[in-house]
Design a binder for this molecule. Structure first.
Ligand code: NDP
Length: 287
């Protein structure tokens, strides 16, 4: 089975489609803004004019869009319901455990097998050994999609048929990552204040802690060279994740001081007009 469909060609979906093409898959894509497919169509991907048409082209479809609301806007239409029947849907959009549960029921209702996946990697890491995709959902479907996900990430742990598991582990990972981001941005201010290089510090952290470090190494270069435009991970997109951390804490009646702190910091940077820029633009509101 060499065909895969990718719905959503943002920073992450684009990296997924590109990697699958490079690894010899026959890739069909659909994106709301069709022009974003230009470069991968040049490399051999097929662009369709509707999501349903794209889904019909392959047994396995991956969706990776801004959030679950968007995912329903794209998928919850009649011709897509019919196209999904008998096929496998891999949801790689970041979401909450509850959203994963609801979407599995929704997909099964339309005759599709469902795998919830959560990407613990930046787009540039897709296809590399440091990338991880947490998965859960139908075991039978996982066996079918494992080779495809294995092309995208060096680690593809499967957490069983409890479909909420991947999203819970992902939110736990993101909580850890976002704590690292804030610590790193404060570290950048310490170095800036003494005229020292932030990119060199990022490389040092990558040596100490390769996976998270390679993300922070990238952010160190962004800050050192003020390359905040055309981000790998925008502030606005990361704010969706902060919202999920708040939502999960509320659903489980947990202490929410940490996500609230993140939310205030992110809100300040978005208010300052940095929403479309790299997450590292947070540092500008810390100066
Ligand atoms: P982008 O903002 O780069 O892309 C968003 C995608 O969603 C685009 O394809 C966009 O289409 C589509 N979209 C947004 N609104 C709509 C709509 N109303 N109808 C149809 N399509 C829509 O986000 P990313 O690619 O960075 O992120 C995608 C997912 O991957 C998110 O859930 C994110 O959390 C997750 N992820 C991202 C990581 C990262 O570092 N970037 C890391 C790990 C996970 P259009 O091009 O037309 O705007």
């Amino acid at each position: 089975m060499n065909e895969v469909t990718v719905i959503g060609l943002g920073a992450m979906g684009g990296a997924i489609a590109q990697t699958l093409l490079e690894k010899g898959y026959q890739v069909t894509v659909w994106n709301r803004t069709a022009t974003k497919a230009d470069s991968i169509v040049e490399k051999g991907a097929v662009l369709t004019s509707t999501a349903a048409e794209a889904i019909r082209a392959s047994q396995i479809s991956i969706i990776c869009v801004s959030d679950y609301k968007t995912s329903y806007e794209v998928l919850d239409v009649e011709d897509v319901h019919a196209a999904l029947s008998g096929r496998v849907l891999i949801q790689l959009t970041t979401g909450s455990p509850e959203q994963a549960q609801k979407q599995e029921i929704w997909a099964n209702t339309h005759g599709a097998a469902y795998i919830d996946g959560a990407i613990a990697a930046a787009p540039t890491q897709i296809g590399g050994s440091h990338a991880t995709i947490f998965t859960s959902g139908s075991m039978e479907a996982f066996d079918q999609v494992k080779p495809v996900l294995g092309v995208l990430a060096g680690h593809v742990p499967y957490y069983g048929e409890q479909v909420s598991a991947a999203a819970s582990i992902d939110l736990a990972f993101l909580s850890y990552l976002f704590g690292s981001y804030l610590g790193f941005f404060h570290a950048s201010r310490i170095l800036e204040s003494d005229g020292l290089r932030i990119d060199d510090f990022g490389s040092m952290i990558a040596g100490v802690s390769p996976m998270i470090g390679s993300i922070l190494q990238y952010e160190g270069e962004v800050i050192q060279h003020s390359k905040y435009e055309n981000p790998q991970s925008s502030l606005q997109m990361s704010m969706v994740t902060v919202g999920l951390l708040m939502e999960q804490a509320s659903e489980k009646s947990m202490n929410n001081e940490f996500p609230l702190f993140l939310q205030n910091m992110f809100h300040k940077a978005i208010e300052a007009g940095y929403g479309e820029q790299d997450i590292a633009s947070l540092v500008k509101t810390m100066r």
